[in-house]
Design a protein around this ligand. Sequence first.
Ligand SMILES: [Zn+2]
Length: 86
Amino acid sequence: MFTPPQHDSDFRPPFCPNPNCLYHRQLKSGWRFKKSGFYTRHVKPHRIQRFTCHHCRRSFSSQTFSSTFWNKRPDIVALLFTMFRG
Ligand SMILES: [Zn+2]
């Protein structure tokens, strides 16, 4: 029996990771995405939620928003911190 990790199942992508997508740089409501299953891998977390952007149809995963990704966008990190804190 499999229990999904809480932090991953609760993950919501804050914006589209596709640089060419209208919703890549816009941190506002109206962006729509859908969950499109999972993929598994050998390192933790083992089950990764996948998403598809409704706008550009790009698929991505919760791991797209890894620390490596955030390091490229310190401006977004600061903005999200103020948005989602508390
Ligand atoms: Zn997109």
